[in-house]
Design a protein around this ligand. Structure first.
Ligand SMILES: Cc1cc2nc3c(=O)[nH]c(=O)nc-3n(C[C@H](O)[C@H](O)[C@H](O)COP(=O)(O)OP(=O)(O)OC[C@H]3O[C@@H](n4cnc5c(N)ncnc54)[C@H](O)[C@@H]3O)c2cc1C
Length: 286
């Protein structure tokens, strides 16, 4: 399998900055995210505190980032990373349809604001999954609920419908819902997951209960310690030192993911530090 030097997860200011520095330092790089870069950049009306770009709009800033990535020939791999596993001297990075390897990884996935549902943590791996590709085969011929938080989740629900007997799609956050005819859309807000040794029931805010064999929770971003098993996290932020090192050797974090203040320039600055630390780590490995 092809192995990258550095994998950057996230295309906000932190990830873009990390990718630029990694590329300038000549590293073999993969950047996961979206061509839209980051909603938090795109949606800002006017930004007054970004040095060198007075009163720039978020859309203009995103455009400048895209142009810089293009000019440095840094492609964006438009895939959601579903898990990162520390394998010793490298990391295995899982996406919905494949796995890549990288010696170092930089987490720049922003901050996760949505809280886990009651029952979600307790039943994770026991009927609750975050990855359709990884776990669909457990539910062949069975009934599953998909809690979808983005359009990408609709594609995952379509995929599950190829394997499962019945797929119930609950739009858990506002997004355009377009699923194929084999997926049933249920416009109820998920409230809790109930079960015994295994998740068995999804309860909604209106008090309705849906008996299912499995529940796929497909958020646009996953809590960092769920994304990377073993990662040290405090108050939902990844613990880092001043070099942006996490508790896992070879794994770095930057931007909102690494804690407040939530600011573009702080995210971009930390992305730069994280990339330089990853470069130093790669040199140590040799
Ligand atoms: C409306 C608004 C206005 C703001 N105005 C200002 C301002 O004027 N000045 C200022 O300094 N700050 C401002 N901020 C704060 C600023 O937006 C954030 O601090 C900044 O965007 C953080 O950058 P980041 O790169 O850490 O994360 P983000 O910008 O949140 O980017 C995270 C990226 O990671 C991607 N991602 C997440 N999970 C995964 C995954 N599993 N796989 C692949 N990709 C993933 C996301 O899609 C996204 O591209 C504003 C925020 C908002 C919402």
């Amino acid at each position: 399998m092809e192995r990258y030097d550095i994998a950057v997860i996230g295309t906000g200011p932190a990830g873009v900055s990390a990718a630029i520095t990694a590329k300038v330092r000549g590293k073999k790089l993969i950047l996961f995210g979206s061509r839209h870069l980051s909603e938090k950049v795109e949606k800002a009306h006017s930004i007054l505190n970004y040095p060198g770009l007075p009163n720039v709009s978020g859309a203009e800033l995103a455009n400048a980032y895209r142009m810089q990535l293009d000019s440095l020939d840094i492609p964006i791999t438009e895939k959601q990373v579903t898990a990162v596993y520390a394998m010793g001297d490298y990391f295995a990075i899982q996406t919905p349809d494949d796995m890549v390897e990288s010696t170092a990884v930089i987490l720049a996935a922003g901050v996760v604001t949505s809280k886990a549902l009651p029952g979600e943590d307790a039943f994770l791996g026991r009927g609750v999954s975050y990855c359709a590709t990884c776990d669909a085969h457990f539910y062949r011929g069975k009934t599953v609920a998909v809690l979808g938080y983005s359009e990408q989740a609709c594609r995952e629900a379509d995929f599950l419908a190829e394997t499962c007997e019945k797929v119930l799609y609950f739009p858990a956050a506002p997004h355009e819902v377009q699923v194929n005819g084999r997926v049933e859309v249920v416009r109820e807000k998920p409230a809790a997951i109930l079960g015994d040794r295994q998740a068995r029931t999804l309860e909604t805010k209106s008090g309705k209960r849906f008996d299912v064999d499995g529940i796929f929770i497909l958020r646009a971003s996953v809590a960092p310690d769920k994304l990377v098993p073993g990662l040290a996290v405090e108050d939902n932020h990844i613990q880092v030192d001043l070099q942006m090192r996490t508790n896992l050797r070879g794994c770095f974090a930057c931007g909102d993911a690494a804690g407040p203040p939530y600011q573009y320039i702080k995210a971009a600055g930390q992305g730069n530090v994280a990339a330089l630390s990853a470069v130093a780590y790669l040199a140590e490995q040799k």
